[in-house]
Design a protein around this ligand. Structure first.
Ligand code: CAP
Ligand code: MG
Length: 408
């Protein structure tokens, strides 16, 4: 087992480094770390007769141990990975190790991806700056909404609502994560109708608003849907990246690279493995691979809304998405989940204004209706960007005033 533990090892520029939290189960910390490095690279539970010196050199190495914090760092030689194959990378560093009896809890906290591996990915065809260029919105958050109720509306109903809320100031609408193509709402009809509204808004108001239809399905159907959206003049597609999986995501990104849609990544289901702080994978790791895979925009949390997500973590992920990464384009963060006008100053204070802010219930639940909901949101964002307290700005704006009374 010795070959997997080397506290003198200095990782090379080409190593992929994983930071794990581990809780051993009835074995020593060192032994547990070694087993982790073995199972996630070349080894198994016993020595095998087929091992040789050449293969031994390919082993992952535990090079840092912090018993107090239960943290280990493991370096993986690049030779262990197929370039640009996220599924294979995950099967190594986020695979069998999570089910081993000798490990009670295990969490992949972070991954440092070497330059050579980053370079093997193309990243987003359309990134954060492209979204802003397409929409012609500078220095202002993009105002988004999710049609609600999340299931049940017909394409005709959504179309009427879309026209109303775009006209009232919404820039970006999206399907909910569990809306695909059902008997009450077929994908094609919905796309045709809502994209007609998008065109109408452009003709009438000169604004390029966006509709993000959820193409989530089996990979071949997703491609058909993406092509259909393109044919109808659509500029965006949404994918549930966790439930579809890395392979499907990479497939769609590559197959649509020439069409250049905005790829909106919904992360429904991520909390199955990101939420328990002792076990699973951090959202930061997901965000790193989603960016390499080529998403344009990614749900990352709100801190103040209905979904779990610590401030430091959400801020770190947002900063990562907007930082430089060996020429890989930046990704636009999406703050969504339980948001309403009153929360706007806090969101912008915490996350800045270079993002999409999505309001579902906080728009559709406005007592005066969706148009008032949309107006109240825009008013709240305007006030915040101008540095005016919401209560003051709301004095002569009934939509915001009522929203502030409704949601505290
Ligand atoms: C928001 C949302 C999103 C969540 C997912 C929903 O609606 O559409 O799916 O934001 O969480 O259905 O909950 P509301 P996250 O504005 O009505 O809450 O963005 O953290 O992945
Ligand atoms: Mg949703």
């Amino acid at each position: 087992m010795g070959k997997y533990l080397n506290l003198y090892y200095k990782p090379t520029e080409e190593d992929l480094i994983c930071k794990f939290y581990i809780e051993p189960n009835k074995i020593s910390f060192e032994k547990c770390a070694e087993q982790l490095a073995a199972e996630s690279s070349i080894g198994t539970w016993t020595e095998v007769k087929t091992m040789n010196k050449r293969i031994e050199k390919m082993s992952a190495k535990v090079f840092e141990i912090n018993k107090k914090n239960r943290i280990v760092k493991i370096a993986y030689p690049i030779i262990l990975f197929e370039r640009a194959n996220i599924s294979q990378i995950m099967s190594s560093i986020a695979g069998n190790i999570f089910g081993m009896k000798t490990i009670k809890n295990l969490r992949l906290l972070d991954v440092e991806i070497p330059k050579v591996m980053i370079k093997s990915f193309k990243g987003p065809a359309i990134g954060l700056e492209d979204i802003r260029r397409i929409m012609k919105i500078k220095d202002f958050p993009i105002i988004g909404t999710i049609f609600k109720p999340k299931l049940g509306l017909t394409p005709k109903e959504m179309t009427k609502l879309a026209y109303k809320i775009y006209s009232a100031g919404v820039d970006y609408t999206k399907d909910d994560e569990n809306l695909a193509s059902m008997e009450f709402n077929r994908f094609e009809e919905r796309v045709i109708r809502i994209l007609d509204v998008v065109d109408k808004i452009k003709r009438e108001q000169g604004r390029q608003v966006i509709y993000s239809p959820n193409i989530t399905s089996q990979a071949d159907k997703m491609l058909e849907r993406a092509e259909f959206v393109k044919k109808q003049g659509g500029k965006c597609i949404m994918i549930d990246i966790i439930t579809c999986g890395w392979s499907s995501l990479q497939f769609i990104v590559e197959k649509t690279r020439k069409m250049k849609p905005i790829i909106h990544a919904h992360r429904a289901g991520h909390a199955i493995f990101t939420r328990n702080k002792k076990h699973g994978i951090s959202m930061l790791v997901i965000a790193k691979f989603a960016r390499l895979a080529g998403v344009s925009a990614l749900h990352t949390g709100t801190v103040v809304g209905k979904m779990e997500g610590k401030k430091s973590e959400v801020v770190e992920i947002n900063n990562f998405l907007r930082s430089s990464m060996q020429g890989i384009k930046k990704v636009m963060p999406i703050a969504s989940g339980g948001l309403h006008p009153k929360l706007v100053p806090q969101i912008i204070k915490i996350l800045g204004s270079d993002l999409i802010i999505n309001f579902g219930g906080g728009l559709w639940g406005h007592p005066l209706g969706p148009e008032a909901g949309a107006k109240a949101i825009r008013q709240a964002i305007e006030a915040t960007i101008k540095g005016i307290p919401l209560e003051e700005y709301a004095k002569n704006k009934k939509e915001l005033k009522i929203a502030l009374k409704t949601w505290k």
